[in-house]
Design a binder for this molecule. Structure first.
Ligand SMILES: [Zn+2]
Length: 611
């Protein structure tokens, strides 16, 4: 996932025959017979979104299956959508739950808050119908407005509790004849009917249904589709440019991972005027983005898109062992989101550069933004930030594994290239682990496998110290020592300037002091919050530019004292304030003009993919 608001922050199919997913896909929750459903088979879901259900903002679902075992059938809903690491409890949006067999109503109760227990009473075939309220404008959820809806399989496709997830299923969509259906699922012979080889694939293929724009093109021999809502929101030159960006980025990614794991790919876009930024969620052959319409003017648009598509390799397939297979009924914390999200975001910048969508200056600006956000956040270990995402910490460290993890990727890439004279890189690490822990046998990678691959790429160099300090530890990242090896330099400017120590807010009667910093010259002078500033030295305070005027006018007046007038309770109060210089630092990432030939080769390796 990625988001400018929520780190935000997002499949053609894993071929059935290839099925490296085999072992993983068959894993099922450990269950006792007491909470294990009767076996079921022949699962098909009929999904209705038409003008009638659209008016109620609901999606009507009918799940039909054969009952092949004894005892009650227990149907559970996922509690979360992979990629959006938070408990969502989709069962809360279910209503009118009704199981029948041959037109006969079957008895049921709740096994737990998201599991329905149905008495089979000898039924060999069962149909369960329910309504799902599509009212959450969140790419992990379901949302309907007017003649449009999107939904995720995790929202509306229940599974048999305690049974393997290797069952195949079909989905048929009933909608208005003039409305569209778009999904990454494999089309079956019947119209608007699709198949999935197993439950993991089934719930990893979100749908658009209704009226929206859709078109497609072939990129590197694969069909890529793009659907955008509302109709007409992405058109003309903007749509052409966005297609152009996708045409450039796919081949770079395929070459990066030396594999193209999907048959086709679908980009699903919702524009929301109320959204302040953007958020997108990845799937194995598609992603759903919810964006402000303004994003089309920003590099964020191709950047988030690259991030989500890279996820088709990194996290949807190459994945930490903790996340293989997905366990939809419980939280699934991992220490590795700095790789799954952070390094995905590093490669988003790298891909934009290698694809020629941004130049080296653009790469530097994107990276500098990550340095600023990392520096501004409280010190936190990447592993801890990753584990904690399930509770969305409020201490300023939430989601920092995106930016800080991306920087860890950059530093590791430079260190591997430096140690191997640019013959190996982080690209090799990703490719090796993709092969060994996904394609050959889908186990997910362990810590030993990750650091082993990093060390091998770097000719045997140990990264134990790096891991201890910057991944498992909270030390400041070693930008000053590592970046120059890759032809970049972090220039730190120290600025000394006078500071009053107040924050202020203008209102209709003047500039009001909102806060006085403890220990500041303003506090020593007796300025209080609620005072209105009238003048500071020779500066008449009319608006908030007074701070800048003050810093300029008295830049060399450290150690002197100035008269200050404030208005307090209708009276003018005369005070004296000491001018004190404070230091602050500004960090700028630059291309190092004096880089060694080796560092230049490393920089070109990163930015252009050349060795
Ligand atoms: Zn992501």
């Amino acid at each position: 996932m990625v988001s400018s608001v929520r780190a935000v922050f997002v499949s053609v199919l894993v071929p059935i025959a290839l099925s490296p997913a085999g072992a993983a896909a068959q894993a099922a929750p450990p269950m006792t017979s007491a909470n294990q459903s009767a076996a079921i088979s022949g699962v098909r879901y009929e999904v209705t979104f038409d003008p009638t259900t659209a008016a109620r903002r609901t999606i009507r679902v009918a799940m039909t299956f054969d009952v092949t075992g004894q005892g009650p059938v227990m149907l559970s809903f996922p509690r979360w959508t992979p990629g959006a690491y938070e408990m969502s409890n989709f069962a809360r949006s279910v209503s009118n739950f009704s199981p029948t067999s041959g037109g006969r109503a079957l008895g049921w109760d709740k096994q737990d808050f998201d599991t329905w227990r149905i008495r089979a009473d000898g039924a060999r075939t069962m149909t369960v119908t329910f309504d799902y309220l599509a009212d959450s404008l969140d790419n992990a959820h379901a949302w309907a407005q007017g003649n449009f809806a999107f939904f995720n399989g995790t929202n509306i496709f229940p599974y048999a509790e305690g049974r393997p997830f290797d069952f195949s299923a079909t989905v048929s969509v009933k909608t208005d004849p003039s409305w569209l259906v778009t999904t990454g699922m494999t089309p079956a012979s019947a119209p608007r009917t699709y198949t999935a080889a197993n439950y993991h694939d089934l719930v990893d293929m979100p749908f658009f249904v209704g009226q929206y724009d859709v078109d497609s093109t072939q990129i590197a021999n694969k069909w890529v589709r793009m659907a955008s809502w509302p109709k007409g929101s992405l058109k003309g030159a903007e749509r052409t440019l966005f297609w152009d960006h996708q045409k450039k980025m796919f081949p770079v990614m395929t070459s990066l991972f030396a594999d193209s794991p999907f048959d086709n790919y679908t980009t699903l876009i919702v524009f929301d005027s109320a959204s302040g930024g953007g958020s997108a969620l990845e799937h194995q052959s598609s992603h759903v983005g919810i964006y402000t319409p303004l994003i089309t003017q920003s590099v964020l648009f191709p950047s988030i898109t690259a991030h989500e598509i890279i996820h088709a390799w990194n996290v949807k397939r190459l994945r930490p062992a903790d996340l293989v297979p997905y366990r939809y009924w419980q939280t699934q914390p991992t220490t590795w989101l700095w790789v799954s999200e952070g390094i995905t975001d590093y490669y988003a910048d790298v891909v934009l550069s290698r694809a020629g969508i941004v130049d080296s200056t653009g790469f530097v600006i994107l990276t500098q933004g990550k340095i600023e956000e990392t520096t501004a956040a409280p010190p936190v270990a990447l592993e801890d930030a990753s584990l904690s995402t399930w509770i969305h910490p409020t201490d300023g460290t939430a989601y920092i594994y995106y930016q800080k993890g991306s920087l860890a990727g950059l530093l590791l890439d430079i260190m591997i290239r430096d140690a191997s004279d640019n013959k190996k890189s982080l690209d090799d690490v990703m490719r090796e682990l993709y092969q060994t822990t996904y394609k050959q046998r889908w186990t997910g990678f362990s810590s030993e496998q990750w650091w082993g691959a990093v060390s091998r790429a770097a000719g045997g160099k140990s990264f134990t110290d790096f891991n201890t300090k910057y991944i498992d530890g909270r030390d400041p990242m070693p930008f000053a020592s590592v970046l120059p090896l890759g032809g970049f330099r972090l220039v730190v400017d120290t600025i000394r300037e006078p500071r009053l120590g107040v924050s202020s807010l203008p209102d209709s009667t003047g500039v009001r002091v909102a806060e006085v910093q403890p220990g500041s010259p303003a506090e020593a002078a007796g300025i209080r919050s609620g005072d209105y500033l009238v003048s500071v030295g020779e500066i008449a305070v009319r608006d908030q530019t007074f701070g800048e005027q003050f810093r300029t006018r008295y830049a060399r007046a450290g150690g002197t004292t100035l008269p200050v007038k404030v208005r307090r309770d209708g009276q003018t109060v005369d005070l004296q304030i000491a001018v004190r210089l404070a230091e602050r630092t500004e960090q700028r990432l630059t291309i190092d003009g004096a880089a060694s030939p080796k560092a230049v080769r490393i920089r070109n390796g990163i930015l252009k993919g050349s060795s």
